[in-house]
Design a protein around this ligand. Sequence first.
Ligand code: ATP
Length: 489
Amino acid sequence: MPEKNELMEKVVSLCKRRGFIFPSSEIYGGIGGFWDYGPFGVELKRNVREAWWQDMVQGHDDTTIPPGMPSAYAMVGLETSIVMHPRVWKASGHYDLFHDMLVDCRRCKARFRADQLETSQCPEKPSKRPGEHTNCDLTEPREFNLMFKTYIGALVDPESEAYLRPETAQGMFTNFKNVLATARVKLPFGIAQIGKSFRNEITPRNFTYRSREFEQMEIEFFCRPEESRRWYEYWRDRRLRWYVSLGLASERVRLREHAAEELSHYSCGTADIEYAFPFLPEGEFGELEGVAHRGGFDLRSHMEGKLVRRGEDLVVETGPDGKPRHPGSGKDLSYFDEETKERLIPHVVEPSAGVDRSVLAFICEAYSEDAIPDESGVLQPRVVLKLHPRLAPVKVAVFPLIRKEGMPEAALGLYRELKKRWNVDYDDKGSIGRRYRRQDELGTPYCITVDGQTMEDGTVTVRNRDTTVQDRMPLREIAQFLHERLTAA
Ligand code: ATP
């Protein structure tokens, strides 16, 4: 296996070479912090989203709820708009608070995140850290809001300012009443959404890890306040298990509970699920997902207005005139509990995951190198993506051994049958060894070859990506075999 620092380079190069991820607008030199997913990347990304939706939303498993808690809950999906009313971001606090501190160099015009000066490089040669060249001229750290601004309609004036959402969460809070009224859900229940978010990151880096346009998979789980701490623990542990179930090695993925001073002012618990990405130094981990206990902060903000902490309490921030500085909607977002006849503001637990960071972690984890014998028995190095079958972009590849004697027809027949259910590749070019290798690099779990014997007894060979073992199997059993290995995996 390659060394950690070498591994990242190899992953980036495989992603480019095999059509997983390309720099956006590459023919114009690329654009920092934006990425395109190629033919195989798009399938992998869809599989990540679908696994999440299947496991968290449609088919979610209530049997893992700890005893002493409600034994079931509803989970519904939502897809909300990227541009929302600008007041949403004022009431939520993003307008005032969603910023990083940035430092500019007046001389070379480079921009750095104030908290990353130690690990950044000045563009001047020889390479040094910002501020270390005698002629560096750094500004004091200044606030920089990460929300992308745009204008609605024809006029470019402050009245028409709007923002691209920096998270999908707010659309779920602003629709809380709509969901209650239409989905007939009772506490506890969750709302889930997958969608694009945008952050004008000062220093996008580490491939797709820190991008300016990215995708999130978020859940807002609403529950009674007295149960919220336990639901937080439930989601924190469940989300960690999800990554492991899809192949992340447990020694490279971990939970990190935030210390009290790291917590947002409204939270009584936050944990990051982190992965030992290969671009990080040995022993360091990067965030894959944040699981936050958010109390009643969000629903209250959208009712009353932007909240600030005063002592132990959250109060509406007021301006010099005594009125809310950023008023909420004024709508009642409380919940009436039919059983206890009580009106309350539900508490929220928010597991917020990044699709792109998950895809990157799954690729890094799956990347491996070994050596296997070629047709003449000589060991040849190979690159293989050992992706979980649910995530693999191509599930199975079908090959005719040679392009004659009825083999292409039989192979095409099988290909057409299988592709009704899965993403299947058909390949009749090059030696069988080369074809296997191509599929290994894409992470295809099985390759099926139609050969001379198929014509005689109706059997084909099925080759396993990880073991490279080939088994003979009747053609008519193939679909069932794949169903068991792929769908039920
Ligand atoms: P970081 O500290 O790395 O900037 P964050 O704590 O700001 O992340 P959250 O606001 O908790 O991130 O967002 C939830 C998830 O969205 C993150 O765990 C990550 O997977 C994803 N995410 C956030 N920012 C980016 C980004 N710039 N590029 C790609 N994914 C991102």
